[in-house]
Design a protein around this ligand. Sequence first.
Ligand code: ADP
Length: 281
Amino acid sequence: MDKAARNCGPNGCGQGESRRPEVLPPNKASEIKHVLGVMSGKGGVGKSSVSALLAVALRRRGYEVGIMDADITGPSIPKIFGLVDRPEQFERFVLPVRSLSGIKVMSVNLLLTREDEPVIWRGPILAGAVRQFWTDVAWGQLDYLIVDMPPGTGDVPLTVMQQLPLEGMVIVSSPQDLAMMVVKKAINMARLAEVPILGLVENMSYLVCPHCHRDVYPFGKSHVVEAASDNGLRVLAVLPVDEKLVELSDAGRIEEYEGVALEKLTPVVEAVEKMSGGSPS
Ligand code: ADP
């Protein structure tokens, strides 16, 4: 891991280490111990689901957790958590909305009058909105802020990566990713922004046949192990397709999920705790 990147935390980079000069300082209404990004090379692979499950797992371990839904054009975090309340204002800040278990969420969907309203903004405005989720939201005290990153490897995710004090990045892929080419782009981008990568998560990798109970690989052979070893990274988790996860996500009740995907995410939770030397506050 790069020394300069390791010294960058929510309060900026360490003394004399200015290789991430664009990192924004925290606002006075937020005390965030650790900021973690979840990214993917393309949309639809389950980045938001993994962000949400990770938040649920950390919350169950007793941490104060927030999710910044930085996937501005496809914001799904409020829906997954069943959140409909509009954020309130406090002085010059906007307050995140709390989920049933107490996870704090900020998303552009909470600010729109209708949740199906499309967000048709150009790159700089999108990056500006994410920046405001950092500068203008009163997050309060958080052990972990999980940033559900804008999808892909374009200009917007790069700007976000450079401006938020991300301490670690989890990269989510699915077996359909063209021989891992898109994942490699994501890895290279995180490295370019000097954000340490905690490891890879392959989502929707297999499903368990309800009849013979064997694992079935509908999308063919996975390349995640190969991509991880080629890049000196760990595969933290391989998650199955789970009908229950979709059902609960669609119903806004992901916090009730107890299934195998959560169990399989344990190494990710442990990697996050290790990154931060964490214990519940
Ligand atoms: P992304 O954030 O990468 O665009 P999402 O997390 O929104 O992807 O997931 C896309 C769709 O796939 C959603 O309908 C979600 O419920 C579903 N999904 C994600 N992960 C799984 C899984 N492991 N099993 C079944 N469905 C999943």
